[in-house]
Design a protein around this ligand. Sequence first.
Ligand code: UDP
Length: 192
Amino acid sequence: SASVEVAGVAVDSFTERSFAETVIEWAGKPGVDVAVGVNAHVCNLARKDAQLRGFLQRHTTYADGQSIVWGARLLGRRLPERLATTDVAEPVLRAAADAGIPVYFLGAAEGVAEAAAERLRARIPGARIRTHHGYFGEHDVPRIAADIADHGTGILFVGMGDPVQERWVQEHEELLPPAVLTCGGLFDWLSG
Ligand code: UDP
């Protein structure tokens, strides 16, 4: 999709629907594709953090903040809509359930991602969601990676906040399933 550069970050153009379709497509093909939501906070971090800038350049991005949509408009460019991560999560999960794609939630305090998954399983027939909290050490990673693989995960949501989640994804790319979405405080939001 066409991208617009806002505050030094290239932001790709999606609608809620095209975003969910893209993620489902990723889940069915080889390689690892990552989507990162961009908002004013991420742009600020990226200005000072070359590693984060590189990460954003290499991966798919979307306008997670209204300020990004406005910023694009000031430059005379148009992004179709703001895609809050909290708004795109459910369409992605519904499409995944329809396609029989297992999903994994990684992040937030102990019990939070599982509570979010509980709610979604009740709302979305066929949803297959496994979870792990986001406070673990490097020595736990092989076990978590095995759990992600064992679930047959097609789509991994990583909710550990910016820039921890981006760094984690970057450092563990070889362990990741085909579709990865960074999602900040999504599990807290979904569980509360
Ligand atoms: N978090 C985590 N592991 C960490 C640090 C944070 O799982 O090492 C989780 C935290 O519990 C929260 C989420 O990351 O669920 C998002 O944190 P925050 O609200 O600070 O980030 P934002 O939503 O602003 O990106």
